[in-house]
Design a protein around this ligand. Structure first.
Ligand code: HEM
Length: 440
């Protein structure tokens, strides 16, 4: 800069105020989201926005640092004592260090996390995670360390901020030496700040809007040519034409009563209806088994409703329909369970439940059977076969079995990082154990 320049240049002023506002919002937002319960539906999205704004702060800081190194700032007032000048310089460089290190510690935290939640800048650009943690045995412990570091660094920014504002106000209102005015936003600086606000505001809006169902279907369909988008399954009150089976109330809010659609009714119903079985939900389970980062995990859906009309001597009149509330998935890991609710996975805000409806049931052994049918998760419907054993003892029945699924056939975990099968295996096993009694 030229000798005697009294003001910071517009680029420095725009970046100074934009970064200051962003950092304060980022700290407030970080504390708010951290303290939300895991069950809060917005928590996942707030984390993604926090990561996106934090990386934007990092990018803007690098530009600002480059600008600062290439352009000398206005000289501090000659009347200022030497020790104050030294503290001012130290504070400014400490600010730069913290503005670089805080987002890097955040990135290290999410990179170390064994959950491998991908970092997409406002849902648009995937930011690679730091590679140093792949071979680490206890990644959760390393994640915890970086979480503490991230928090301390953020609080250090806050501490410096208080010192910085106090000094700036003293310059402006006690010394009246022009230091405060040298950073006042005017003209081109204001336009620069507005430009930053518009770019980040629109990007955040894009992230929030990308929740739109059409976008989700086309994104997922693009990844999976086999999965056929279908209309959302209807949840209607039963009428006389439907095969309605009463079920005991499952855990939590009751699921809507299933209807049997015309096509499955054609293939499964004959004049003589098969006996109806009422499921004992307290003694029945629906489990899923997957693999994440090479380790097996198991969970279960606590809320499902099954309608079973079954006669071993009249299989053509038998049918099985199951409706599963996706949000009831519980793998014992709150973060994973929260992630499963997100739009990349079960998208529970838009798709409350998954359905299985049998079309044909056949006997394969003395007490073993296979049920062909359609499994619908979100907007994806695939043919599957459930293999199970069935023991009927008077009015009680016990069935156990399952099926192997490929999660991407149902648009589950379609983000670029989730698609890497070594992180979350594509194969998922679903198993059930049902105890039921004759209800008619
Ligand atoms: C200058 C930029 C940033 C500031 C000032 C900032 C500030 C904060 C603050 C104050 C918290 C709450 C601390 C706590 O209570 O644990 C937080 C949490 C968090 N930050 Fe940042 N952050 C920044 C950038 C980033 C970046 C770039 C990432 C990741 C890419 C990130 C990831 C996270 C995560 C995952 C948490 C939640 C920790 C938890 O709840 O366990 N942050 N941040």
């Amino acid at each position: 800069m030229e000798l005697g320049q009294k003001r910071y240049r517009s680029v420095a002023v725009a970046l100074h105020w934009a970064i200051a506002i962003l950092i304060l919002s980022q700290i407030a937002g970080g504390l708010y989201m951290h303290n939300l319960p895991n069950s809060a539906a917005v928590k996942f999205d707030l984390y993604q926005l926090h990561k996106s704004f934090g990386l934007s702060i990092f990018g803007l800081t690098i530009i600002r640092l480059g600008w600062r190194l290439a352009h000398r700032p206005p000289a501090l007032p000659g009347a200022m004592p030497g020790w104050q000048k030294l503290i001012a310089r130290l504070t400014h460089w400490a600010f730069y260090a913290l503005m670089v290190l805080t987002p890097l510690a955040g990135l290290a935290m999410v990179s170390a996390s064994p959950l491998n939640v991908p970092t997409l800048w406002f849902g648009m650009v995937e930011i690679p995670h730091l590679p140093f943690f792949n071979g680490v045995a206890d990644r959760a412990a390393v994640e915890d360390v970086f979480q503490e570091v991230h928090e301390y660094l953020a609080f250090s920014i806050l501490f410096l901020f208080v010192l910085h504002v106090a000094a700036a106000l003293k310059h402006g209102f006690v010394n009246r030496d022009g230091v405060l005015r040298s950073m006042a936003p005017r003209g081109a600086a204001v336009i620069g700040m507005l430009a930053i606000a518009v770019v980040l505001g629109l990007s955040a809006l894009f992230y929030i809007q990308s929740d739109a169902p059409e976008g989700e279907i086309s994104r997922n369909a693009g990844h999976n040519q086999n999965a056929a988008p279908v209309a959302s399954p209807a949840k209607a009150e039963p009428d006389a034409a439907e095969t309605v089976v009463s079920v005991t109330e499952p855990v939590g809010e009751p699921l809507a009563v299933l209807e049997t659609d015309a096509s499955s009714a054609e293939t499964t119903s004959t004049a003589a209806p098969s006996p109806v079985w009422a499921v004992d939900y307290a003694a029945s389970t629906l489990r899923f088994i997957g693999e994440e980062s090479g380790e097996k995990f198991e969970g279960q859906f606590s809320d499902f409703a099954a309608q079973i009309g079954f006669d071993p001597n009249n299989l053509s009149a038998s049918s099985i329909s199951v409706e599963v509330r996706a949000a009831s998935a519980d793998s014992g890991n709150p973060f994973r369970d929260d992630t499963m609710k997100d739009r990349e996975w079960f998208d529970v805000k838009k798709h409350e439940s998954a359905q299985f409806r049998s079309s044909t049931i056949r006997k394969t052994g003395a007490n073993s059977y296979e049920a062909d049918g359609k499994l619908t998760i979100k907007d994806f419907s695939q043919d599957i076969t459930l293999a199970f054993t069935l023991d009927i003892d008077g009015d009680s029945a016990h069935a156990a079995g399952g099926a192997d699924l490929i999660r991407t056939d149902y648009g589950l975990g379609m983000g670029a990082s989730w698609l890497e099968s070594e992180k979350v295996a594509l194969a998922v096993r679903v198993e059930f154990e049902i105890n039921a009694v004759r209800a008619d």
